[in-house]
Design a protein around this ligand. Structure first.
Ligand SMILES: [Zn+2]
Length: 61
């Protein structure tokens, strides 16, 4: 394999996008992460629209 073929590799990485919905105002936003273990349901969040701070709960699928 030549040097140019090596550098032409397509590098892929998985991104996880969490969907967040504020229980107070209904605002919807997303949180992207590359870390499988980073679950946003394990901490509190402040809504970017109405500034209500609430614990998060993962929705049942
Ligand atoms: Zn809100």
């Amino acid at each position: 394999m030549s040097q140019s073929e090596k550098s032409a590799i397509i590098r892929v990485q998985k991104e996880i996008i969490w969907h967040m919905s504020c229980g107070a105002c209904g605002y919807y936003w997303t949180i992207p992460t590359m870390d499988e273990k980073d679950n946003p349901a394990r901490r509190e969040w402040t809504c970017p629209l109405c500034a209500t701070k609430s614990p998060a709960e993962e929705a049942e699928i």
